[in-house]
Design a protein around this ligand. Structure first.
Ligand code: ADP
Ligand code: MG
Length: 698
């Protein structure tokens, strides 16, 4: 068998596995020998230091070695429950090892055998070791490889179906024993060399059976050179695939945009304020992309309130001045409507025609808009996912803008893009994506970041208060109202049933209106309202006719009412960290100082307490996102399986983020040489998609 055949051998055919165990392994994604070799232990245990039996104390977890004096099965008072006992002696003393219900051990332990035991010392009418890991050192074997389960640093694997950690260790030991020196290595030799651990085989062996003297704490942090080599390998392959996918996606645009003084003037006329430096930089990057012959694929990232919309609008203007149409897609109707109103106001004096297309546009108007988009009479359309429907076509779509990208599936992005001839695509997100994830999910996008907030913003003071303090909080709100400001009261989804929640939110509104703020107007906004009702409520709040707005999380993204200066979040303990941060971003948008009160129901869970603390401590969206990621893990971060996160075997996006960056640089550099990277490209074309559970590199 060639080394390559060995790696691709199904586990079923490995000695000691068989169909049943293979099925168990397959359920956790382990199909071939290579899969098995590249699965890290859960942790490592140091069983290397032998402790003299005479010095044992209860409570210690130890490794001892000695000879079997006697052994046998002893019945207990519990019917059917029997103990197998072994008496082991070294030069310093004797100890009993006790194995519950394992009579078969009769055939394993023999008087005179040299054994090693690893387990916890306990006192049961005498010292004993309960249910230890054991190993018989056969007299006849000269035992070159040493022990597998004891008297060394041992790997501990996660139990899989019927495969105990011990059994898995035995299998692994057998496999690594048989590994040839020239194990196939997907890393190009110079890249492997640069990791400082050139032999893939050695890295695999040292990862599973670390050499004597290795540091267990480094092993358990997964930072030994051998472990890092294998993690790097995985990241390198992943990043190389992303780079390839991106390069292959490079089509040519029909016409790149051009920018001249006329267009610059036109932009200046639209602009209601001076862009911040950060906004200018982002805009410059975007327009530079649009001027290239390849379509733009860019992510515009910026904290809530950072001012992404105006940057996108200026990009839209450049596209329209070049004769292109623009589609602007937002995740909710409220947001689409708001963008529509903002854009219409700003472009009022221009010659461009703007339309809105959402689910609630009446059928007749809708047909008109669809026809005008097809003919090119409408230049910019703002809408929801209704834009992605098949009936919607464009005369010449040149730019697609997608707000709050993480709310849409990858598919919707692709569908909208397909309505033009390789249009430029700009996606925006207020969920600051930690760098590690940006390198992964958005590995094929270029990124622009708007840092900081526009000038004059007041920081949002955030405090967490128990519900018992609600009266004080209402007093605070009253002071804001008396000063002419407005207040949000956010109601979470508390119950599984939307109906119950709606009733709770409605009751809250009625209570606030009748008993707390009778002299003010209290409005109610939730997802179940008809679109025109929503509009009425939002418009009322924006005009200041509604003073207190009780709302479910539909106001979460993007809603912009600068006169609202206070937010009260009910049941704040139920919200995720990023979501609370998004919500809080609805205030602090004007010239007045703002506050956010997180009302919580005691007692708090540890996780909830941490979240509330983080919110009180910082309003920096990037810090919040990092915290959120640490608390929840990457899988939950986006709350969707469609997030495009890869299936990783050995690497961990959080733990190993430094390696991900290194791997990215190495992959880009290596693929720059087409001749040298041909083999890697072949390998990735065949394996990448399946290995990482993602859409292929083609
Ligand atoms: P987000 O990035 O969250 O989408 P918006 O685009 O809604 O933020 O902008 C938030 C608010 O800041 C809006 O009222 C917008 O008009 C205002 N704004 C944006 N940029 C500036 C600026 N450079 N100077 C002053 N106000 C700005
Ligand atoms: Mg926005």
């Amino acid at each position: 068998m060639t080394p390559a055949d060995l790696l691709s051998t199904p586990l079923q055919f490995v000695k000691g596995v068989g169909p049943r165990r293979a099925a168990d392994l397959e359920r956790v994604g382990l199909r071939t020998v290579e899969d098995y070799l590249l699965r890290f232990p859960l942790r490592y245990e140091d069983r290397a230091r032998l402790v003299p039996i005479g010095s044992l104390r209860p409570g210690q977890t130890v490794t001892v070695a000695g000879a079997v004096l006697s052994s046998g099965v002893r019945p207990t008072r519990r019917p059917g429950f029997r103990l197998f006992e072994v008496l082991v002696r070294d030069q310093s003393g004797t100890i009993r090892a006790v194995f519950p219900n394992q009579a078969f051990l009769r055939d394993v332990f023999h008087t005179g055998d040299q054994v090693v035991l690893y387990g916890a010392v306990e006192y049961r009418g005498g010292l004993q070791i309960g249910n230890p890991e054991y190993e018989i050192i056969r007299a006849e074997s000269d035992d070159e490889d040493g022990t597998v389960h004891t008297a060394r640093i041992v790997p501990v694997y996660e139990k899989v179906g019927t495969l105990t950690p011990r059994l898995q260790r035995t299998l692994m030991h057998r496999l690594v024993q048989g590994l040839p020196e020239d194990l196939p290595d997907p890393l190009p030799p110079p890249v492997g060399e640069a990791t400082g651990c050139r032999s893939r085989r050695d890295a695999i062996v040292a990862t599973h059976f670390p050499p004597a003297g290795a540091d267990v704490s480094v092993l358990n942090a997964f930072r030994t050179p051998a472990q890092r080599r294998l993690i790097f390998e995985e990241f390198f392959l992943f990043q190389a695939g992303l780079v390839l996918r991106k390069r292959r996606g490079v089509e040519q645009k029909a016409r790149p945009v051009e920018v001249d003084d006329r267009i610059r003037d036109s932009a200046r006329r639209v602009l209601p304020f001076r862009l911040t430096d950060s906004q200018k930089t982002a805009l410059r990057e975007i327009v530079a992309d649009m001027q290239r012959a390849q379509p733009m694929n860019r992510l515009l990232q910026g904290d809530v309130g950072a001012g992404k919309t105006i940057v996108a609008l200026l990009a839209a203007l450049v596209a329209m001045e070049n004769g292109f149409q623009v589609a602007f897609m937002a995740p909710t109707e409220i947001l689409a409507d708001q963008h529509y109103l903002t854009i219409r106001r700003l472009l009022d004096a221009s010659r461009f025609r703007i339309a809105s297309l959402t689910g609630s546009v009446p059928a007749r108007r809708r047909r008109e808009v669809v026809a005008e988009l097809a003919s090119g009479a409408v230049h910019l359309v703002v809408g929801t996912h209704a834009l992605a429907e098949s009936a919607v076509t464009f005369a010449d779509l040149g730019l697609v803008i997608i707000d709050e990208q993480h709310r849409f599936g990858v598919l919707q992005r692709a569908t909208l893009r397909a309505k033009g001839q390789s249009p430029d695509v700009l996606v925006m997100t207020a969920t600051p994506i930690p760098r590690t994830l940006a390198l992964t999910t958005y590995g094929d996008l270029d990124v622009s970041v708007i840092r900081g907030l526009p000038p004059g913003r007041q920081p949002i003071r955030t405090v967490a208060r128990p519900e018992s303090r609600r009266d004080d909080v209402h007093q605070m709100a009253r002071r804001e109202l008396e000063a002419g400001r407005q207040v949000y009261v956010i109601y979470p989804l508390v119950d599984d049933s939307e109906k119950v929640d709606l009733r709770a939110a409605t009751a809250m509104r009625d209570h606030l209106q009748a008993e707390v703020f009778p002299e003010y107007t209290v409005g109610l906004l939730h997802g179940r309202l008809r679109a025109d009702e929503k509009d009425r409520v939002m418009a009322g709040f924006a005009r200041g006719d509604i003073h207190v707005l009780v709302s479910t999380t539909v106001v979460e993204v993007g809603v912009d009412v600068p006169n609202a200066t206070m937010m009260i979040v009910e049941h704040a303990e139920r919200f995720g960290l990023s979501q609370s941060h998004q919500l809080r971003g609805r205030v602090g948008r004007g010239d007045h100082p703002s506050s956010c009160v997180l009302l919580y129901q005691a007692p708090l869970s540890d996780a909830a307490r941490e979240r509330l603390h983080a919110l009180e401590e910082t309003t920096d969206g990037f810090l919040i996102a990092e915290r959120d990621l640490a608390l929840r893990g990457p899988g939950d971060f986006f709350g969707t399986r469609q997030s495009g996160l890869p299936t990783l075997r050995v690497g961990d996006l959080l733990r190993d983020h430094d390696l991900m960056e290194e791997a990215r640089r190495a992959a880009v550099a290596w693929l720059d040489d087409p001749a040298a990277s041909a083999a890697l490209v072949d390998y990735l074309s065949a394996n990448w998609a399946q290995r990482f559970g993602l859409v292929g590199v083609g």
